[in-house]
Design a protein around this ligand. Sequence first.
Ligand code: PMP
Length: 348
Amino acid sequence: MKKNIQVFNNVLELVGNTPLIKLNKITSSFKGNYFAKVEAFNPGHSSKDRIALYIIEEAERKGILKPGNTIVETTSGNTGFSIAMVSIIKGYKCILAVSSKSSPDKIDMLKSMGAQVYVCPAHVKADDPRSYYEVAKRLHEETDGSVYINQYFNDLNIDAHYLSTGPEIWKQTEGKITHLVACSGTGGTISGIGKYLKEQNPDIKIIGVDAYGSVLKKYHETHEFDEKEIYPYRIEGLGKNLIPTATNFDVIDEFVKVTDEESAHTAREIAKTEGLFVGYTSGAAMQAIKQLNEDETFTEDSYVVVIFPDHGSRYMSKIYSDTWMNDQGFLDSLHEKEENTQSIQYIK
Ligand code: PMP
């Protein structure tokens, strides 16, 4: 058993250097080799620790952020958690504008980490004054000495992954990686890793995962921002109703769209087959791999790395709740419901 017995000065020293874990069962019938970069091993349990720490330390280096200042951000939850964690260690106040689509678990976690949280309606246009983008902007303007992280429009979001996640994957695969599959929200993860990997080997395919109800795939293919693509969907942190400048569309070869239902089932399947308790977008990314496999994208020589962005504990009241799954109509067509009710037995 490999254990790290090192002692750390604070929790921030544990950000990054997450494990790459071979997928042994869920892809067993697919051609090629599959590995997951499991970002839940970050101390804040998601990939967003990397950008929170990097962007805040860059602001400190530039003298923009001074002790006692306030950090403001829009977040589906994970970035907020990471910013709150960094703020505690470094002594900043933290204000977060969160979408009402975020799970109650995530919102409670932000409060528990000392952040002041504003919950904003999810299904309004990005330029609506009630949207979490506009609320964050206003709070930033109203709060003296505040810094707005602005992850959707901040190039440092890309740089954080270009400087850490990309090189880690290249090293961990000893340069053998042939495909990267990653969800795109702000686009920082896929753009930063993609840029680094393409610089090492331009033949590596960078595949983005998008949601039905999001504009990213169509924009990538046509350069058209098509409002007709936008409609409500359930997966948090994936896809967008605007075009973030933190997405470098040039390094992405293609986008694959996935459904809420299949992504939810695939996340549950990852837990049960690989013992990795991962979040909704990890299910989405794995679902994209299943679809790509059906399209015969992979060969025996493929060396596929998939990003699992966060931990399943953030979705206990959603994809890991049979009640929620049932309410969405997601259990109707499957035997899974029967299986799950049988797995809890009450002894009286
Ligand atoms: N998965 C989850 C759970 C997220 O919160 C995010 C960020 N919105 C992503 C995936 C996508 O990462 P990125 O913003 O770097 O594109």
